[in-house]
Design a protein around this ligand. Structure first.
Ligand SMILES: Cc1cc2nc3c(=O)[nH]c(=O)nc-3n(C[C@H](O)[C@H](O)[C@H](O)COP(=O)(O)OP(=O)(O)OC[C@H]3O[C@@H](n4cnc5c(N)ncnc54)[C@H](O)[C@@H]3O)c2cc1C
Length: 459
C-alpha cells in the first residue's frame, strides 16, 4: 500500500482533509494530495475567494441556516448534512486556529442576511487557507502535494472498495494505492461540455470568475459514475455573480448595485435592485443577467454614492467607473440609447417615495408605480456627475455534484456508501434553488475534517 490517504484536490476541502487526517492518524501518516494545477496555480476556487463565512460573533453558523436551506431548496437539500455542518462549524474554527490560519470577524457595514449582522473571513482571503494548510502538509514527514498530477480514475477491489487512484502527472500514468480516498476536486464550472449538458446551449457562455476554476471539470462525477455513484444538488442551477465586463481581475463583482439602478441593453430596468441586501440577491441577479438579459447589463448611479461609507469598497473591479456629467452622455459612452436611458432614469426618479436612505438596514425607501419596483434604498439618480459599470455574469460554482452523506461518505444510487471513498466541498451536490452565501468554503473545510475523521477510523 503506497498511502494511507490520497486526496484529490488542493482547495479548502482537500487540504482540510489532508491536515485533519494527519491529526487523526498521526504525523507519520502517508498522505498524497493531488493538484491538477502547478504549485503557483494551486488552490482551485479557494485560492481566489474572499471566503466570507456566514457566522455569528460567537463562531456559530448562521442559526437560520438549516431552515433557510429547507426553504430555498423546497425540502430537497439534505438537512442532516446541513445540521451536521451547523454543529461542526465551531470545531472548524478551532481547527483553523490550531493551524494558525488567520481570520477575522467584523460587523457588516451594510444590511445583510446573516443573523447578528456580521461576517468573518480569512485574512487576506481564501489564499490564506491554501497557503497555511499547504505549509502544514509540506512540514509532515510522509505527506506531499503532487502538482500537475490529475486523478483519472479510481481503482477498486472485487468487493467494490476503493483501493487507490490512477493518476497522470509529470512521471506519466501510475496507480497510487491507498487505504482511503477523499474526492475534493470542485464542481464542473470548468467543463464546457457539462455546462452545456446541464444548463443548456448557452451554458458555456459565461466567463469563470477566477482563472483556476478551469481546472474544476466535474471529475468527481466522472470518477464515481463507473462505481454506481449517485448525484445530488440542482444540476441546471449555478452560483454566478455580476462582474465588471471590462475587468480581467478575479472576483470583479459590483456589489453596490442596490445604490443605483440596473438596466438592460434596451435601457429598461429588469430587476428590483433593492429587493433585499446584496448578499441575498447577487446570485439571483447573476442568473437573471445570464438567462434573460443576453448576458449584459449596466449599473447607473450618481457618482456621489462612492463617497458613502464603504460603498466604493464593494465595487471590487480594478477598473474606474465610466463617468459623465449627464445621463445621456453616460449612455453614449456605453453605446446605449441616450433618450431611452434618460426616460428610464426620469421615471425611476419620479417614482421614489419619501423617506430616509440607510444602507445599514432594509430601509423601506421604495418606489411606487413602476415595474419592477425598487423596494429599498431608492435614492435618486438625478445629480451629475453620473457613473456606470457594464456588467456580465461570471460563473462561480455549480450546484450539482456527487451525493455524500453527513459522514462525508460517497453514496451509490442504491443509497449504500462506497467503501473507502469520501468527499468534501463543492464536488458534493447540496444546493437547490439558491445558495445561502458564505457557506461554501465552510462546508468544504468542515466536511474535509469529517472525511478525514471517517477515513482515519477505517484506517
Ligand atoms: C471569486 C470567488 C469568490 C467566492 N466567494 C465565496 C465566499 O465569499 N464565501 C464562500 O463560502 N465561498 C465563496 N466562493 C466559493 C468557494 O470559494 C468554493 O466553493 C470553495 O472554495 C470550494 O472549495 P473546494 O475545496 O471544494 O474546491 P476548490 O477550492 O475549487 O479546489 C478544487 C481542487 O481540485 C483540483 N482538481 C480538480 N480536478 C482534479 C483532478 N482530476 N485531479 C487533481 N486535482 C483536481 C483543482 O485544481 C483544485 O485544486 C467563491 C469562489 C470564487 C471563485
Amino acid at each position: 500500500m503506497d498511502y494511507d490517504l490520497v486526496v484529490i484536490g488542493c482547495g479548502a476541502g482537500g487540504l482540510a482533509s489532508a491536515v485533519a487526517f494527519a491529526e487523526e492518524a498521526g504525523r507519520d501518516a502517508r498522505i498524497a494530495v493531488l493538484e491538477r494545477a502547478t504549485r503557483e496555480g494551486r488552490g482551485g476556487a479557494t485560492r481566489w475567494t474572499s471566503s466570507w463565512f456566514r457566522i455569528t460573533s460567537d463562531r456559530q453558523l448562521d442559526p437560520a441556516f438549516v431552515e433557510t436551506m429547507e426553504r430555498v431548496s423546497k425540502g430537497q437539500a439534505d438537512l442532516e448534512y446541513c445540521r451536521t455542518l451547523a454543529a461542526e462549524v465551531p470545531a472548524t474554527f478551532d481547527f483553523l486556529d490550531r493551524h494558525k490560519v488567520p481570520w477575522v470577524y467584523f460587523e457588516q457595514p451594510f444590511a445583510n442576511r446573516n443573523t447578528g449582522g456580521g461576517l468573518a473571513m480569512p485574512v487576506p482571503g481564501g489564499v490564506a487557507i491554501v497557503d497555511t494548510l499547504a505549509a502544514v502538509i509540506d512540514g509532515l514527514p510522509n505527506a506531499a502535494i503532487h502538482y500537475e498530477t490529475e486523478a483519472t480514475s479510481l481503482a477498486t477491489d472485487a468487493a467494490g472498495r476503493v483501493t487507490g487512484v490512477h493518476v497522470r502527472g509529470p512521471d506519466g500514468e501510475r496507480l497510487l494505492s491507498a487505504r482511503a480516498v477523499v474526492i475534493a476536486c470542485g464542481g464542473f464550472e470548468g467543463a464546457g461540455d457539462m455546462l452545456v449538458e446541464h444548463l443548456g446551449p448557452r451554458g458555456n457562455e459565461m466567463p469563470v470568475i477566477a482563472p483556476t476554476l478551469v481546472n474544476n471539470r466535474g471529475d468527481g462525477i466522472r470518477l464515481t459514475r463507473p462505481l454506481g455513484g449517485d448525484v445530488a444538488g440542482q444540476f441546471d442551477m449555478f452560483h454566478g455573480e455580476p462582474v465588471d465586463t471590462r475587468s480581467t481581475k478575479a472576483d470583479a463583482v459590483i456589489y453596490g448595485y442596490p445604490f443605483g439602478i440596473l438596466v438592460n441593453r434596451h435601457c429598461q430596468r429588469f430587476f428590483d435592485e433593492g429587493q433585499d441586501s446584496f448578499d441575498a440577491t447577487f446570485e439571483r441577479l447573476g442568473y437573471e443577467i445570464w438567462a434573460n438579459q443576453e448576458q449584459q447589463a449596466w449599473f447607473i448611479g450618481e457618482k456621489a454614492i462612492l463617497d458613502w461609507p464603504h460603498v466604493a469598497d464593494i465595487m471590487l473591479t480594478d477598473q474606474p467607473p465610466v463617468e459623465a456629467e449627464t445621463i445621456e452622455g453616460l449612455a453614449e459612452k456605453f453605446g446605449l440609447d441616450p433618450q431611452a436611458l434618460a426616460k428610464t432614469v426620469a421615471e425611476y426618479n419620479a417614482a421614489i417615495q419619501p423617506g430616509e436612505t440607510d444602507r445599514r438596514i432594509r430601509d423601506g425607501k421604495c418606489t411606487a408605480g413602476i415595474n419592477p419596483p425598487k423596494s429599498n434604498w431608492a435614492t435618486p439618480v438625478r445629480q451629475g456627475p453620473f457613473i456606470g459599470y457594464p456588467l456580465t455574469t461570471a460563473i462561480t460554482f455549480t450546484f450539482g455534484g456527487i451525493r455524500s452523506d453527513a459522514k462525508a461518505r460517497v453514496l451509490r444510487e442504491d443509497g449504500t456508501a462506497i467503501p473507502g471513498l469520501f468527499a468534501a466541498g463543492e464536488v458534493t451536490g447540496l444546493y437547490y434553488g439558491e445558495y445561502p452565501a458564505g457557506t461554501s468554503v465552510l462546508r468544504a473545510l468542515t466536511f474535509g475534517r469529517i472525511a478525514a475523521r471517517e477515513a482515519a477510523a477505517k484506517h
